[in-house]
Design a binder for this molecule. Structure first.
Ligand SMILES: [Zn+2]
Ligand SMILES: [Zn+2]
Length: 668
């Protein structure tokens, strides 16, 4: 056939496919369903879309439905073609998340397909590999490997939730299951929450699989991303490692998908298409008849619930390898005279640990010097003029900074309201903790890991590697220090404000705090008796107590009861419509109209419409934000209807943004 009509879905927020003409030039092969093509659209050229249908064009039409027919610009090489499984995944994601199929397509190819480039150096080359790690499996580890082995033997889909305490050797289980799959000629995808924060795991995978494994992430050059994509499609690379986007890599005969630290919210994309990589991994795994392994010390409550329903096989690693879980002590801040955020017990523990020549991790969930600057006389808090949020005081460089929009101003000499020169710096952050430590322990070598110290590419890895090599005594940081690092030298973990975040008006607030405390506590005592000090204002709070006892099951029980009573996930499904606009009353009014329409169309015995209400952050970057929540199941048709409502509102109101988020993980 020398002439074809080709239907293509494009990454534009318009429904349906667009038809183009393809005419054979020389001996070029005709496009087939699943091919990626470049096509003109409006004034743009070369937009990458997916072929969903082709048919002969014997008459050589010039128009279609009254529009002039345009020629395709190009058909991309076969390495970029979507196989049947990945085509199906495009359709599933579009239907489930209420977006157009074309809007999902960019996930399935590197940003500049076909770019040639030099192979880049791996980012993990200088990370010390800890050969103390024993690879003889414990009985619990072996049970998980066997369960996966059985599924691979049968060539059947199955999902396993591996609940393993921190330091229990989950990674080794994953690596052995992947080895099992690779030995059978099958491929694997290993997802990590944030590649920059997990250099150790990446180093272990590349050490184990050599050239058969490669990482794929946004820090690589365009050429390197294409090289990995093409090599995976050709079957030369069997194991692809990366953050959520790596899930879409064209790994041949996919046998295993690992979702490491499956509870991490970075698996959810916070812009369109708002998919959750763990949930999509389960769909891809089912299509490919692969084994999906979800691993965590603190499983997402929804994964735990599904395991309870029998939808995942639950396996546990209850023991830490080579030692016990660290003892956790609660420091009641109510009775303490905490100097600059450090209680006497914490200062004492730091002193002892330094004297013993061991390492320390200190966790503070805020960066900066002081959270806010408040007038001592009239009480005014210096706020961001665009966000209605207190500015954070930083010392280096010296300024007040908004952590949401980046607005910066100099530190005022007098209160803008009453002209008083006296301010009360409130709270604290990592920068302040570092300074306090330097003043109290001038001999200690201190590193800080937070957003401010990791702006340059590769700086995360450098700081973590330096600490792992023992070049510092103390690592102070935000939640970045809580990730899955294995530091054998650490025997003390201090948490400066354990209950920070508990009071956020958001249904997952407790779960997030529990996860962070458990994860950060798990950094202590990997090789000897570790110690964890949690400073808290609420030592009787059940979440703090469960974290102190390393007791995930208690936490899950308590939290499930709350969620069930309040009708939140995993007991009921949730969808969120977020509206934001430059004018408060317009946005408010439109949100109210939309809520009324939803009430009429969707409300019922099994479904509730909540709101509109101001979002938790009611104004960010000069935009006023409202949200409407829908509790209950939505059909595919209803999601499409919602997406159409959102589009119609965007078209009708200049400057208004309306987003639909299915299974939102944060209601901010
Ligand atoms: Zn004042
Ligand atoms: Zn701001």
């Amino acid at each position: 056939m020398d002439r074809l009509l080709v239907d293509v879905v494009l990454p534009v927020p318009l429904p349906g496919a667009f038809t183009y003409r393809w005419t054979r030039v020389e001996d070029a092969a005709p496009p087939v369903v699943g091919d990626l093509v470049r096509a003109p659209f409006g004034r743009r050229r070369g937009i990458i879309g997916l072929v969903v249908d082709t048919r002969p064009d014997p008459d050589g039409a010039d128009t279609i439905d009254g529009y002039p027919l345009k020629d395709l610009d190009a058909v991309l090489p076969e390495a970029y073609r979507l196989d049947a499984h990945r085509q199906h995944l495009v359709g599933w994601m579009a239907g489930y998340y209420g977006v157009e199929s074309g809007e999902v397509v960019p996930l399935f190819h590197p940003p500049k397909p076909g770019t040639r480039g030099r192979r880049s150096r791996t980012v993990t080359a200088d990370f010390p590999l800890d050969d103390a790690i024993d690879i003889t499996l414990t009985d619990h580890q072996a049970a998980t490997v066997d369960a996966a082995h059985d599924l691979l033997d049968r060539g059947a889909y199955g999902s396993i939730l591996l609940h393993g305490v921190t330091g229990s050797g989950k990674t080794e289980v994953f690596l052995q299951v992947i080895r099992d799959a690779v030995d059978r000629g099958r491929g694997a995808i290993y997802l990590l929450p944030e590649i920059a924060l997990t250099p150790q795991t990446l180093a272990r995978i590349t050490a184990r699989f050599g050239d058969l494994a490669a990482a794929i992430h946004s820090g690589l050059s365009a050429g390197e991303r294409c090289r990995v994509h093409e090599a995976a499609a050709a079957g030369e690379i069997k194991v692809v490692v990366g953050p959520r986007s790596a899930l879409f890599a064209p790994v041949r005969d996919l046998g295993v998908i690992v979702v490491d630290e499956e509870h991490e919210s970075s698996y959810k994309q916070d812009e369109k298409p708002r998919y959750h990589a763990r949930d999509v991994a389960l769909v891809r795994g089912r299509q490919c008849e692969a084994v999906v392994l979800l691993g965590s010390a603190t499983p997402d409550l929804s994964s735990w619930y599904r395991a309870g329903e029998g939808r995942h096989q639950l396996l546990t690693l209850p023991d830490r390898q080579g030692g016990d879980l660290p003892a956790v002590e609660l420091v009641d801040l109510r009775g303490e005279t905490a100097q600059d955020g450090f209680s006497e017990p914490l200062i004492g523990a730091v002193d002892e640990t330094l004297a013993a020549g061991r390492q320390i991790i200190l966790y503070h969930n805020r960066r900066g010097f002081a959270r806010q600057l408040q007038c001592r006389d009239c009480g005014v808090v210096i706020q961001c003029p665009h966000c209605d949020i207190g500015l954070t005081w930083h010392l280096k460089p010296r300024r007040l900074l908004c952590h949401y929009c980046g607005f910066a101003r100099e530190v005022p000499h007098a209160c803008p309201d009453c002209q008083s020169p006296a301010f009360l710096p409130g709270g604290g952050g990592t920068e302040k903790s570092e300074l306090v430590l330097r003043a109290s322990f001038p001999e200690a070598r201190i590193l800080r890991l937070d957003h401010d110290t990791t702006r340059r590419r590769g700086s995360h890895g450098r700081i973590l590697a330096a600490f792992a090599r023992g070049e510092a005594d103390v690592l102070v940081g935000t939640q970045m220090v809580a990730k899955g690092h294995h530091f054998p030298g650490v025997s003390l973990v201090g948490v400066l404000a354990a209950d920070d975040g508990l009071s956020l008006p958001e249904y997952r607030a407790s779960e997030r705090v529990f996860q962070l405390l458990t994860q950060v506590a798990g950094r202590a005592g990997r090789t000897d008796a570790g110690r964890v000090l949690l400073q808290t204002w609420q030592p009787e709070h059940p979440v703090i107590l469960a974290a102190a006892d390393h007791d995930y099951r208690s936490f899950a029980q308590i939290e499930s009861a709350h969620r069930r009573a309040a009708g939140y996930p995993p007991f009921r499904r949730l969808a969120r419509l977020g509206l934001s606009g430059p004018r408060s009353d317009d946005t408010n009014h439109t949100a109210a109209q939309l809520a009324a329409a939803l009430e009429k169309e969707l409300a019922g015995p099994e479904r509730d419409i909540l709101g509109p209400a101001p979002a938790v952050f009611a104004r960010l970057q000069n935009r006023f934000r409202h949200q409407i929540l829908i509790k209950g199941d939505l059909s595919r048709a209803e999601k499409t209807w919602l997406a159409n409502c959102a589009r119609a509102l965007r078209d009708a109101h200049r400057g208004l943004d309306v987003s639909l988020d299915i299974d939102p993980v944060g209601l901010y």
